[in-house]
Design a protein around this ligand. Structure first.
Ligand SMILES: *Cc1c(COP(=O)(O)O)cnc(C)c1O
Length: 365
């Protein structure tokens, strides 16, 4: 079919991850697919040692440093294995002195991270919101000094909570899983020892994990650490120790260029707050829907909500789909719905969702 006749059928995709990407990025990737920068090949087919790819990976790093204002004493790594591999990589590399870490449990992901770390050393669960089905973020003020790091999951993708404060861990490095909130709001990187994020929520397609680590924390890995799980080798080799996920890094670069063109993190954060306010106001002004977490700890990125009448769930999802609003089914541990409204979700998408919700309420009350 000729291009002109092909109908674009883009939906508003509220999936938690992999998730929606900016249309401009997809179009540029499409334009450059067969012939990247006059090379006569796509980035998928290109040597990771080529000059063109070298420019891509260096640009990606430069843009991340610029957008997140990352200080020079931090290394950036582009790794594979998802955020889940960081659950092992963090303890293997950071259990240097005490072989002990404090974990705050705020959901399924932090629990998995803690379980994995307990294979390599002692895990002290210093706080947990499990008793209330992770509907809030515990506030911890005091951290015993006998730990190599403190681990938090900053945004809880499944439960829809998010830290609104940075725990003050003193001299103990703070490690944060930011898979679902990286680049969504301004953060002070210098408050963290290490940040990691799977790319498939806010950065790029799946297959890439971003790690930002303070340089003094690199190189102290345990003897048993497999070479592919050493931060040092990846940091020393500029993430080119072995073949990196080249295509995903290329898309990441396009997403970062898109973010910069929008005006950077401040503009993105303001957009995200506008989108989240619109949706949360809709939930708060209705007794047909109900948000599932305490208001103070609500996530800007993942908005779980339930219908007071659970029998309407299927109807809600089916009707939404016919209007081009998809992937709204909640995670089984919360039930109901979840709208993930990452950076690439336009305001119009949330507007359309809220209009749909109001109409659905009127018709089914
Ligand atoms: C999605 C997610 C993970 C798991 O990421 P994978 O890349 O699939 O391993 C871990 N932590 C958080 C907060 C997530 O949202």
């Amino acid at each position: 079919m000729p291009d002109k006749e092909r109908k674009m059928n883009r939906v508003f995709n509220f999936a938690a991850g992999p998730s929606t990407l900016p249309v401009d990025v997809l179009k540029q990737a499409q334009n450059e697919l067969l012939d990247y920068n006059g090379t006569g090949m796509s980035v998928m087919e290109m040597s990771h040692r080529s000059a063109d790819f070298d420019n891509i990976i260096k640009d990606a790093e430069k843009l991340i440093r610029e957008l997140l204002e990352i200080p020079d004493n931090y290394s950036i790594m582009f790794l594979q294995g998802g955020a889940s591999t960081q659950f092992s990589m963090v303890p293997l590399n950071l259990f240097a002195k005490n072989k002990k870490a404090h974990y705050i449990l705020t959901g399924a992901w932090s629990k998995k991270a803690a379980e994995e770390a307990s294979k390599y050393g002692k895990v002290n669960v210093i706080a947990s919101s499990e008793e209330k089905n992770y509907t809030y973020i515990p506030r911890v003020e005091d951290f015993p000094k006998d730990a190599d790091y403190v681990h938090i999951t900053m945004n809880n993708t499944i439960y829809g909570t998010s830290y609104k404060y940075v725990p003050d861990t003193g001299d103990i490095p703070l490690v944060a899983d930011m898979s679902s909130n990286i680049m969504s709001e301004k953060i002070d990187v210098s408050k963290y020892g290490l940040i990691y994020a799977g790319a498939q929520k806010n950065l790029a397609p799946s297959g890439l994990t971003l790690v930002i680590a303070r340089k003094d924390l690199i190189g102290n890995h345990m003897d048993i650490t497999p070479v592919m799980l050493e931060y040092k080798i990846h940091a020393d080799k500029g993430s080119l120790y072995n073949t990196p996920p080249c295509w995903t890094i290329y898309i990441l670069k396009l997403v970062l260029e898109w973010a910069k063109k929008l005006g950077g993190i401040e503009v993105i954060e303001a957009n995200n707050r506008k989108k989240a306010d619109l949706l949360y106001n809709c939930l708060d002004s209705s007794d047909f829907y109900r948000g599932t977490v305490v208001k103070e700890d609500r996530s800007l990125m993942n908005v779980p909500f339930i219908l007071q009448n659970n029998d309407l769930n299927t109807k809600f999802l089916e009707k939404a789909k016919t209007e081009g609003l998809v992937s709204l089914k909640g995670h089984r541990s919360v039930g109901g719905m979840r709208a993930s409204i990452y950076n690439a979700m336009p305001y119009e998408g949330v507007e359309k969702l809220v209009d749909f919700m109001k109409n659905f309420e009127k018709e089914n009350k």
